[in-house]
Ligand binder design. Structure first.
Ligand SMILES: NC(=O)C1=CN([C@@H]2O[C@H](COP(=O)(O)OP(=O)(O)OC[C@H]3O[C@@H](n4cnc5c(N)ncnc54)[C@H](OP(=O)(O)O)[C@@H]3O)[C@@H](O)[C@H]2O)C=CC1
Ligand SMILES: O=C(O)CCC(=O)C(=O)O
Ligand SMILES: [Mg+2]
Length: 739
């Protein structure tokens, strides 16, 4: 039977789900729809890959694999909420929590000493970083701000920090030796398998990857980040930040780029704290300190030392921070710096937040300061510099008048960099890395490498490219909006892609459409000029820019990417409906636990549910589902008009109250409609009950705030405690239960 699959994830969206899902189930039941919730939280994913270590009642199925297989089927209808993309420190915390709860899981072996430990590490590494989205994303991405959301932002603009033309903020990026400058690319003429090997200076061959299957027409590229160039770059920029009195901030994607970016982060750590790492090398070695895991993990390890030794090293670290450039802070009150955890500062969200904040970040005293934003690889960093330059020249954007930038992103089948981690290697010796065609023995791509360099290969298959070009044209046609392919003629990979784009565009009807290809920097300037004049421009981009742009523009336009409609038309006919483009907002959980107020905005969920119901209705010829979808759309609009999104402040409407209002308006619309009498009858009663008890219910929801909350865990909270905390209104629960 056709179902809608809803994902249980982590942190704030998982809390919100405990309040919203009962509403969804109660409402959709009336159309005979079954909502099947699948737990793909970090804790569940850990438990799912270690069944042999767990008791029967602790075991859970591999829901991610189940949903991944479903995503390849035409009947797929999946609502996907954001989940944690775990850094090693987060993964270890989750393992520890599970262990404390009686799960007999093995520790994460940092440096596996035998085959058994290697196997355990391999299992954990599958869960690490962005492990969920790439499995489900069997299609390209269509993200946009619906009209109602744009109108809401125009009427209720979020705050935007002023920009001054003498702002010192800038992006620091590499000019040589990075992934962009070393890239080589080609398109496969035939299908075939390749292997990746490192040939050392004596000609000894070390196989890095035995086999990668390639399709005909697939673009592959290989590139390398030189450790030497990277370290020189960090040294120069750190000194420059100190000389100019600027904050130092680092912006990576250690989650999606889970192999390369933690290593790059580790080099930044070692350069910033170079004297400490040099002086205490032996101690750090003994303690197993890995700079790639950040300062917090380093401090944890130091706890194993005798007090006096520990004090001395901690003092040396503090001295370095005193004399070095000030670090941008993640949390000034708690002293958490940009170097504490590699995934605390994630580029897609952190750069737009900085741009929205007058180009400033927080310093250790909790004050906003101009910053040097370090983005080592220069492939995409230019878009941020161009945006900063634009703001310096024209001032901050005005949400009441600015246009919008929807995105059509190439994403399917692990496209480009975001699918490269199983082909990314930290090089162990000087030599050459070659991509060799197994059948012919021909070397397809080759690089000189040195010890410590990071080499990687990326792939993008032809069918996703065709689908992406088609999607771009159909969005341009549907909205009569210019569409810009953000592709760089100076980049080897993009040159290959441009050839395909031009071929596929010429086979489509583009008559009367404005479609261009511009380099990312040019595209930024073009788009920003238009956005300022209130004009819309579709960005058609590769996978990384998809990620960056679907936070950048939403954050500037509507204050958060959580309000985006995010559709993934799956290539085999199903639908994946992501909620927003934002993440799992750990800060929201913190506030909830401290004062019982959850500020997670579920607009993304409302929008995703709307399109999912519409898709369900059309696919299964279920008229009631279509009625539910249309009513939900109207309810969401009313929700926006009446400003029922969660407030940020305790004792005001929070996530739970916002869900109540959504259900109230949804029931109202269902009671009003004339297309389905049965639904009308059911929901007249529901609407009457909800509206007559509005005051009582909202009071019950407010009464639950203002005190700390215990949910019995973080990664694996107690299900009952969460449900109780998230559904504190007995009156609302009774109405829903009776539907
Ligand atoms: N699709 C996915 O699965 C994604 C997962 N992630 C994961 O999320 C975690 C946190 O990432 P981070 O970079 O901090 O990004 P987030 O998007 O979680 O947070 C950035 C800020 O955006 C605001 N925000 C985001 N979503 C909402 C929402 N629904 N309602 C209200 N405000 C919202 C919050 O601002 P404020 O603090 O001002 O309230 C939040 O602090 C990481 O583990 C990351 O890997 C990230 C992106 C996508
Ligand atoms: O999967 C992830 O880690 C993040 C994905 C993301 O940021 C996005 O798709 O916008
Ligand atoms: Mg993103």
């Amino acid at each position: 039977m056709a179902k809608i699959f809803y994902t249980k994830t982590d942190e704030a969206p998982a809390l919100a789900t405990q309040s919203f899902l009962p509403i969804v189930k109660a409402f959709t039941k009336t159309a005979g729809i079954v909502i099947d919730a699948k737990d793909i939280s970090l804790a569940a994913r850990i438990a799912a890959v270690f069944p042999d270590y767990l008791s029967k009642d602790q075991q859970i199925p591999d829901n991610l694999a189940i949903l991944g297989a479903l995503a390849k089927k035409p009947e797929a209808n999946i609502i996907k909420l954001p989940n944690i993309s775990a850094s090693i420190p987060q993964l270890k915390e989750a393992i520890e929590e599970l262990q404390q709860k009686g799960y007999n899981l093995p520790h994460y072996p940092d440096e596996p000493k035998n085959e058994e430990e290697k196997a355990i590490k391999a299992r954990y590494d599958k869960i690490k970083g962005s492990a969920v989205n790439p499995i489900l994303r069997e299609g390209n991405s269509d993200r946009r701000a619906p009209k109602a959301i744009k109108n809401y932002a125009r009427k209720n603009p979020h705050t935007m920090g002023e920009w001054s033309s003498d702002s010192q903020t800038h992006v620091a990026t590499m000019s040589h030796g990075d992934f962009k400058n070393n890239e080589k690319s080609l398109t496969m003429k035939n299908e075939g398998d390749v292997r990746i090997e490192l040939v050392d200076k004596d000609g000894k061959i070390n196989t890095l990857k035995k086999s990668v299957a390639l399709q005909s027409g697939e673009i592959i590229d290989a590139t390398v980040m030189s450790k030497k160039a990277l370290v020189e770059f960090f040294s120069k920029e750190i000194k420059d930040a100190r000389d100019k009195g600027l904050l130092l901030s680092l912006h990576f994607k250690a989650t999606m780029m889970k192999v390369s970016d933690p290593i790059i982060f580790g080099h930044a750590m070692q350069v910033y704290f170079s004297e400490v790492f040099k002086k205490y090398e032996a101690t750090f070695e003994k303690l197993g300190i890995n700079p790639n895991n950040g300062l917090e993990s380093l401090f944890d390890r130091l706890e194993k030392l005798p007090q006096n030794e520990r004090n001395e090293i901690e003092q040396a670290i503090m001295n370095t921070m005193e004399t070095g450039p000030d670090l941008a802070m993640v949390n000034s009150d708690k002293g958490i710096t940009n170097l504490h955890v590699p995934s605390d500062v994630i580029i897609d969200a952190s750069m737009p937040a900085m741009i929205r904040n007058s180009g400033k970040m927080w310093d250790k005293n909790g004050e906003l300061k101009d910053t040097k934003a370090i983005i080592p690889d220069s492939s995409y960093s230019g878009i941020y510099q161009a945006t900063i330059d634009f703001c310096k020249e024209h001032g901050a954007f005005d949400p009441t008048t600015m246009g919008t930038v929807p995105n059509v992103g190439l994403m399917a089948q692990k496209a480009e960099e975001y699918g490269s981690h199983d082909k990314t290697f930290e090089i162990s010796t000087k030599g050459r890395v070659r991509v060799v065609e197994i059948g012919t023995g021909a070397t397809l791509l080759e690089h000189e490498v040195d010890n410590g360099d990071i080499w990687r290969m990326c792939q993008v298959k032809d069918a996703p490219v065709q689908d992406w070009v088609k999607l771009a044209v159909s969005r341009a046609r549907a909205t009569q909006t210019p569409a810009v392919f953000w592709l760089d003629k100076e980049r080897s990979h993009d040159v290959e892609l441009i050839k395909k784009v031009e071929t596929y565009l010429s086979a489509l009807d583009t008559h009367g459409l404005d479609i261009r290809i511009l380099s990312p920097t040019e595209a930024t300037k073009f788009t920003l000029e238009r956005i300022k004049e209130g004009k819309d421009t579709i960005s058609v981009s590769g996978n990384v820019l998809r990620d960056y742009l679907t936070d950048l523009f939403p954050i500037l336009e509507v204050g958060t990417s959580a309000k985006m409609l995010s559709i993934v038309p799956l290539m085999n006919g199903g639908g994946l409906f992501e909620t927003g483009a934002g993440g799992s907002a750990p800060k929201h959980v913190e506030q909830f636990l401290e004062e019982g107020h959850l500020r997670w905005d579920s607009l993304g969920e409302f929008l995703a549910l709307g399109v999912s119901l519409e898709f369900y209705g059309e696919k299964n010829k279920n008229k009631k589902a279509l009625v539910l979808a249309e009513a939900l759309d109207k309810a969401t609009e009313k929700f926006l008009d009446n400003d029922k999104s969660p407030s940020r402040k305790v004792n005001e409407l929070d996530t739970r109250g916002s869900h109540f209002y959504l259900s109230l308006y949804w029931a109202e619309e269902l009671a009003k409609q004339k297309e389905d009498e049965e639904l009308k009858t059911v929901f007249e009663k529901v609407f009457h009950e909800l509206s007559s008890q509005e005051e009582k219910i909202t009071q019950e929801l407010i009464n639950a705030q203002g005190k700390s909350v215990n949910i019995g865990g973080y990664y694996l909270p107690d299900a009952e405690m969460v449900a109780n905390a998230m559904r504190p209104s007995k009156s609302l629960n009774a109405i829903l239960d009776a539907i």
